[in-house]
Design a protein around this ligand. Structure first.
Ligand code: FES
Length: 84
């Protein structure tokens, strides 16, 4: 299994309407922070995480890939010294 790639040193703060979304867990998608299927073509062994939004709201999605509450930011990025 491939280690996930950090795509930015902080969260992606996005407003999402009701629906289903897939957070990119590998960091290789060209459509950050969402999955574009690259995890499969690159053979990472990683899978995207599903996000279900019931009511329009702002969410902070992890960009450093180190959160312990993926796909959401938990502040872990603040403890990282250098991008991974
Ligand atoms: S961006 Fe990863 S924990 Fe905040």
């Amino acid at each position: 299994m491939t280690e996930p790639k950090q795509t930015q040193a902080g969260p992606y703060v996005v407003e999402l309407g009701p629906g289903e979304y897939w957070w990119c867990s590998c960091g290789l998608s060209d459509n950050q922070p969402f999955c574009d299927g690259t995890h499969d073509t690159a053979g990472t062994g990683l899978k995207p995480l599903r996000i279900e939004i019931a009511k329009r709201r702002e969410v902070a999605l992890c960009g450093c890939r180190q959160s312990k509450n993926k796909p959401f930011c938990d502040g872990t990025h603040e403890t990282l010294e250098t991008p991974s």
